[in-house]
Design a protein around this ligand. Structure first.
Ligand SMILES: [Zn+2]
Length: 412
């Protein structure tokens, strides 16, 4: 199986090489935007096929720019991928406008760049330049020593980014390694995960990760951004970008921690599967969800997916319909089962519990239902706080979790 990692590395370049990189980025963005401009037919149909977009634009872009042929192709691929995601949104009935590439970046592959241990050779509009890596001095294992300098990890390409605020170039280097696939767990035991605003994640085993830290830092950063915005100067604008990056870094760290603990929980409880709700359009379903939440959920899912995969645990998304209204004990589904945001109370059987915990169990059951339908006969169940429940709803150990007692609570 293939394991992929991206490592960020700061570049040290001379002033004249920096000028070349700026011009290359400018032409790369022009090429990507040119492809978008030529993607729309007169009847409004948007072409997304890489081959067709290529024949429509390749000669023009080669003529109008000084870009290496592989950079022309990379710009076209990037435009095609973005167009595809816009068209997919339209098909789901969403509003979205055609992309415009305004941020300073460009895509390198193994033909337009060569990656060495301490420097990279990068194609520009005027031949290649050498860019030295600025590596951290700190001893011990860093992402750089682990992936970038490792003989096992192969470098497959990189995205070049320019950070206006600090006037620095960064390469986000993509690496991969082929490792023996871990033995896939096949016991059919599911850990259900519910995502939310108050608790980022809650498992069917009753572990809660509070969103308070995420919210706290988001509010702090919003305050700083607001006061910077009032200054309105270029300096303030640059500071705002720096605040944004610091915020992203802190949130990523937090989500890494949650994902590590979540995968460990699945492993310790002997689960072969982790079930999340389908993340498509999650903001529409979740009242009060901000862009930050949707971003955090996607990030968390991505981290859990690759970390679980390395341990032989399969991660899936399931249809979220009614998972918050259905009683995980008797199956009765009604919107009045949810008297408040936190509380679940079944109108039929009287089962009471934290609403997020009830939903996490339902999400587990939903994946279980799918598996049982296809695989017939395999012993399967959803891992609960104190036992297992199989598809027909028989608990093999009593489910002792009651409202207000959430087993283990990672109140972070
Ligand atoms: Zn019930």
């Amino acid at each position: 199986m293939e394991v992929r990692r991206t490592v960020q590395v700061k570049l040290s370049v001379t002033e004249s090489d920096a000028d070349l990189l700026h011009e290359t980025i400018r032409q790369f963005r022009w090429a990507a935007n040119y492809v978008v401009l030529n993607a729309e037919n007169d009847d409004g149909y948007v072409e997304t096929s890489k081959g067709k977009l290529n024949s429509r634009t390749y000669d023009d872009v080669r003529r109008e720019t000084e870009l290496h042929a592989n950079l022309v192709q990379a710009a076209r691929s990037r435009a095609a991928d973005t167009l595809k995601s816009v068209v997919a949104k339209w098909k789901r009935g969403k509003n979205a406008s055609l992309p415009y590439f305004s941020s300073p970046f460009l895509e390198y592959d193994k033909r337009s760049a060569t990656f060495h241990d301490d420097h990279a050779s990068l194609s520009t509009v005027d031949g290649r330049i050498t860019a030295d890596y600025v590596l951290p001095d700190e001893p011990g294992e860093t992402p750089h020593s682990q992936y970038l300098l490792s003989d096992e990890y192969e470098t497959t390409g990189a995205t070049l980014h320019y950070r206006d605020a600090t006037d620095e170039f960064y390469l986000h280097v993509r690496t991969k390694v082929d490792v023996d696939a871990p033995e896939l767990r096949e016991n059919g035991t599911v850990l259900g995960v519910d995502l939310g605003i108050e608790n980022i994640a809650v498992t069917s085993t009753g572990v809660f990760w509070s969103a308070s830290e995420l919210d706290h830092w988001h509010r702090e950063y919003e305050k700083r951004r607001a006061s910077l915005q009032q200054c309105g100067s270029r300096y303030a604008h640059e500071n705002m970008q720096a605040v944004g990056r610091k915020e992203t870094g802190r949130f990523e760290q937090l989500l890494h921690r949650v994902s590590n603990e979540l995968v460990s929980e699945a492993e310790e409880r002997g689960c072969s599967h982790i079930a999340f709700e389908d993340l498509t359009d999650i903001r529409d379903r979740m009242p009060g969800a901000k862009r930050l939440h949707a971003w955090a959920f996607r990030r968390l899912f991505f981290y859990v997916e690759y970390k679980a995969e390395e341990r032989g645990i399969t991660v899936r998304q399931v249809n979220p319909a009614n998972t918050s209204r259905r009683c995980s004990s008797c199956g009765f589904t009604h919107e009045d089962n949810r008297p408040s945001q936190d509380t679940f109370e079944c109108l039929k059987c009287g089962y009471q519990n934290h609403a997020d915990y009830n939903a996490a169990k339902n999400i587990g059951f939903r994946l279980l239902g799918k598996q049982t339908a296809g695989e017939g006969g395999a012993p399967v169940g959803v891992r609960l706080n104190t036992g297992m429940m199989n598809a027909s709803g028989v608990t093999t150990a009593p489910d002792l979790v009651r409202a207000g007692v959430h087993g283990e609570c990672h109140g972070r």
